[in-house]
Ligand binder design. Structure first.
Ligand code: UDP
Ligand code: MG
Length: 318
C-alpha cells in the first residue's frame, strides 16, 4: 500500500490563488509514489475562496476543505489543518506558491533516507524590503539568544516535511499560543534542512503587517522559553555584586581617609555617597523580590504549558 502525503494549506482571501495553487501542486506531485490528500483551510475568507475550493473539489477529489468559523490567523489555520490530516508524512505550505511545491519531492527523498523533520530554509527572500529582511534577521537572533536547548532554525517558516509521529507529538503539546515553527524543534527527532530560493508571491498580497510580525516574534519567544523572565534574576545578581563593591569601596575609602587623616573627600560627599548607598539598597531589595516573582511566574508558565518533559524516539534492546 502506498503511503499518504498530507498537504496543509491555509487560505485567507486567496481567490486569485486557489486554481493556480491546486494546478501547480498537483502537477509538481504527479510522479510521486504517494497517495495525496490536500487539506485546504479556509480561514474566514471574505472573498470567493470557499466557493472556488468547493468547485475545485470536482476536479481534485483529494481536496478536503476545512472551513473555519471565522478568521483565526495563519497559525490557527495551520493548526486546524494539521489536526485533520491522516497522512504518514505532512507538509504545510502557503497558498501563494512562495513555498514551492516542486521542492516536495526533495523533502520526501530526505524522509526516505530516514529523517523525520526536513526543514525548508529560505536562502534568499526575493522582493522583500530591506526592512523585512532586517527585522527577520533580528527576530531569529533574539530567538536564538533566548532559546536555550531548543534551537528554532533560522529562516524556516511553516514549510517543512514532518512524519506522522512528529505531528502527533506536536498536537499533544497543548499550548494555547501555537507557534508551529517553535513547536517542531521542541518535539525533536532526526532533523535536517534543505535550502531554497523563496520566490515572490504569485498573486494577491501579503497578509502580514508590522504589528502581526511583531506579535509573531513575541509569541515565538515567549512560548518557547522563560529565559526573558530569568533576565530579572541575572540583573539582580549583577546589580547586587556592583552594589556590594560600591559599599566596600565606601568603607575602605572612608577608613583610609579618616585613619591617615587625608581628607580625600569631604564629609558632605561621604554623606551623599552614604545616602546613595541606602537608596541603592532599597532598589536591590525591590529587584530581589521582582526576580523572585519572575522565577515563580516562569515555573507557573511551564506548569500551565504542561509540555512533556521528554519524548522517547525508540528503545533499543539486544
Ligand atoms: N493566511 C491565513 N490566515 C490569515 C493570514 C494568512 O490562513 O489570517 C494564509 C495565507 O492565505 C497564506 C499564508 O497564510 O496561504 C501566508 O500568508 P502570507 O502569504 O500573507 O504571508 P507572507 O508570505 O507574506 O509571510
Ligand atoms: Mg506569502
Amino acid at each position: 500500500m502506498k503511503k499518504l502525503l498530507s498537504i496543509v494549506v491555509p487560505m485567507y482571501n486567496e481567490e486569485k490563488m486557489v486554481d493556480l495553487f491546486l494546478k501547480t501542486l498537483t502537477t509538481d506531485l504527479k510522479d510521486l509514489n504517494y497517495d495525496l490528500e490536500i487539506i485546504a483551510v479556509n480561514d474566514g475568507s471574505k472573498d470567493q475562496t470557499l466557493n472556488l475550493l468547493i468547485k475545485a473539489q470536482e476536479i481534485y477529489p483529494q481536496l478536503v476543505i476545512v472551513n473555519l468559523s471565522r478568521n483565526f490567523g495563519h497559525e490557527g489555520a495551520i493548526a486546524a489543518g494539521l489536526s485533520v490530516t491522516k497522512g504518514d508524512i505532512i507538509v504545510p505550505l502557503d497558498a501563494d506558491l512562495q513555498d514551492p511545491p516542486s521542492l516536495i519531492p526533495t523533502l520526501i527523498e530526505k524522509y526516505e533516507e530516514g529523517y523525520e523533520v526536513i526543514n525548508a530554509k529560505r536562502k534568499s527572500r526575493a522582493g522583500e524590503s530591506a526592512f523585512k529582511k532586517g527585522t527577520a534577521n533580528l527576530f531569529y537572533k533574539v530567538i536564538g539568544k533566548f532559546s536555550n536547548k531548543v534551537k528554532v532554525p533560522n529562516n524556516v517558516g511553516h514549510f517543512r516535511l514532518i512524519s506522522r509521529r512528529v505531528l502527533d507529538e506536536v498536537i499533544k503539546l497543548n499550548d494555547y499560543v501555537r507557534v508551529f515553527r517553535a513547536e517542531v524543534p521542541y518535539v525533536g527527532f532526526l532533523t535536517t534542512t534543505i535550502e531554497f530560493e523563496r520566490p515572490l508571491r504569485k498573486e494577491g498580497k501579503t497578509h502580514y503587517n508590522v504589528k502581526m510580525m511583531t506579535d509573531l516574534a513575541i509569541d515565538s519567544i515567549v512560548s518557547t522559553s522563560i529565559e526573558p523572565l530569568k533576565l530579572m534574576t541575572k540583573f539582580t545578581i549583577i546589580y547586587g555584586l556592583i552594589y556590594l563593591l560600591s559599599v566596600i569601596s565606601l568603607i575602605i575609602l572612608f577608613g583610609v581617609d579618616k585613619g591617615l587623616d587625608l581628607t580625600l573627600i569631604t564629609n558632605t560627599h561621604y554623606l551623599i555617597w552614604l545616602i546613595a548607598e541606602i537608596m541603592g539598597l532599597f532598589f536591590l531589595i525591590i529587584c530581589f523580590f521582582f526576580a523572585l516573582i519572575a522565577e515563580y511566574l516562569g515555573r507557573t508558565f511551564l506548569e500551565a504549558q504542561k509540555r512533556p518533559f521528554f519524548i522517547i524516539d525508540k528503545i533499543i534492546k539486544k
